[in-house]
Ligand binder design. Structure first.
Ligand code: SF4
Ligand code: SF4
Length: 436
């Protein structure tokens, strides 16, 4: 049984050097390596063969079943290779390598806008499915699957999450600020798709000045904005459900279980483009930061661009990084291959220096309780890890291991550098592997 949630407040973590405001379009790579497994769900199979010519936006991968999502060619060209590659989250995926050739159909052109106001709910959902839109913030599941989930008791509600409390990572904020009109129109499209009665935008209170235009556009369409604290984490399901609708989620339940759909700005913009422009999700706004990067910044890049190309786009490395991670500084997965491609779910690439990570051997636990006090979902991380080490998987489940949101705070605050989050994540991954 999980104890009642304690009131906690975690001060903002160090952010190193801030990425500069705004984003620019990264150079299109000469070869894109496009993983087909960019979401959790059904296996995606290639529908192209080596030697095929593809256009920008051609479907190159498809799956079957409710949890499948289409994958599209991010660049025009020729299929060079199809093969299995390792992914940073320890899974592997079939990837299609495309060598750039021919003309772009979308890049550099103003796409024709299709009126969507007359579309039925199911037509909008079909366009989102055809656009291969993945819910990038929560669970990396195909968005059309999540939107089709109906709740028996609660009418659907929407929270557009621009709060993004992860230190260093500004990709959602920059995407929303750069396209306030699209972002707000996307909320309206999603309202129709869900039959949602209310929609709210959640912004970090420290970013009020930068989100002014977004908030104005939203207010003009009757969409309210709520502020969340500039702390980490500040945009967990229970925090946003409470901030947006004053709703208290029971322990271990997700917002979607109560009909609350939390959608990231990049996902919303992909919805807009799929419905209004009929263009698929083939690019991603990514923050490239960390002390080892010459010019920390946010860029918009084609899916399948390599980590190395994006670091070069931001001036390269100023020093040898202690670690390169994909994702947040506390939650990201280590990238061991600089040629690893970005996917629809890559929010950031961080090249962290020695001073930014706890690079020293773990010491024995001193029982200080800092991990317990820091946990935003009221778990006892060191107790969970002891259960894992003792092989008591059932007790770990009863102690709430499935409520862990892998925020990384317990490891971050531990004076003995006990890798608590890593142990919890590994135990859950192992259990999922054995179950599948
Ligand atoms: S990683 Fe899990 S156990 Fe650790 S603080 Fe975050 S939610 Fe709690
Ligand atoms: S923070 Fe580290 S040292 Fe303190 S109780 Fe937790 S595991 Fe032990």
């Amino acid at each position: 049984m999980i104890p009642a949630r304690r009131k906690h407040r975690v001060r903002p973590l160090s952010e190193g050097r801030h990425p500069e405001p705004g984003y620019w379009n990264a150079a299109v790579p000469s070869i894109c390596v496009v993983p087909l497994q960019q979401h959790h769900g059904s296996r995606v199979h290639p529908v192209v063969a080596v030697g095929d010519t593809v256009r920008e936006g051609t479907v190159i991968g498809t799956g079957t079943g409710r949890f499948s999502s289409l994958v599209h060619a991010p660049i025009p060209g020729k299929v060079l290779q199809i093969g299995e590659i390792p992914m940073p989250d320890e899974r592997s995926s079939v990837a299609v390598s495309i060598e750039l050739a021919g003309e772009f159909d979308c890049l550099g052109k103003v796409p024709a806008a299709h009126p969507w106001n007359e579309l039925e709910q199911e037509e909008i959902l079909r366009l989102i499915e055809e656009g291969g839109v993945v819910a990038t913030g929560r669970g990396l599941l195909p968005l059309h699957t999540l939107l089709r989930r109906r709740h028996r008791e609660n009418r659907a509600r929407i929270v557009l999450d621009v709060a993004q409390s992860e230190p260093y990572v500004h990709s959602e904020l920059e995407a929303a600020i750069a396209s306030p009109h699209k972002t707000v129109e996307a909320i309206e499209i999603l309202r129709v798709a869900l039959g949602a009665e209310r929609a709210v935008i959640a912004v970090n209170s420290a970013r009020r000045r930068r989100t002014r235009q977004l908030r104005r556009e939203a207010a003009a369409r009757g969409i309210a904005t709520v502020r969340v604290a500039p702390a980490y984490p500040a945009d967990l399901d229970y925090q946003l459900a409470n901030a947006a609708f004053g709703e208290r989620l029971p322990a271990r339940s997700l917002a979607i279980d109560r009909g609350i759909h939390i959608i990231n700005a990049t996902t919303a913009i992909a919805v807009h483009d799929a419905v209004v422009f009929r263009t698929p999700q083939i690019d991603r706004v990514v923050t490239v930061a960390g002390d080892a990067v010459v010019r920390p910044a946010t860029v918009k890049a084609r899916v399948g661009t390599s980590v190395g190309d994006l670091i070069d786009e931001c001036g390269g490395l100023s020093s040898r990084p202690a670690r390169i991670v994909m994702g947040g500084s506390l939650t990201g997965r280590e990238v061991t291959n600089i040629n690893a491609p970005i996917t629809k779910g890559t929010a950031s690439i961080l090249a962290l220096s020695d001073s930014e990570i706890h690079r020293a051997p773990a010491l024995p636990c001193v029982g200080c309780g800092a991990c317990l006090r820091s946990c935003p979902v009221s778990l006892d991380p060191v107790f969970l890890v002891r259960l894992i080490q003792a092989g008591a998987a059932g007790q770990a489940v009863r102690a709430g291991i499935d409520s862990c949101v892998e925020c990384g705070l317990c490891s971050h605050v531990c004076p003995s550098r006990v890798p608590l989050t890593e142990a919890i994540r590994a135990a859950r991954a192992e259990r999922n592997r054995s179950a599948s």
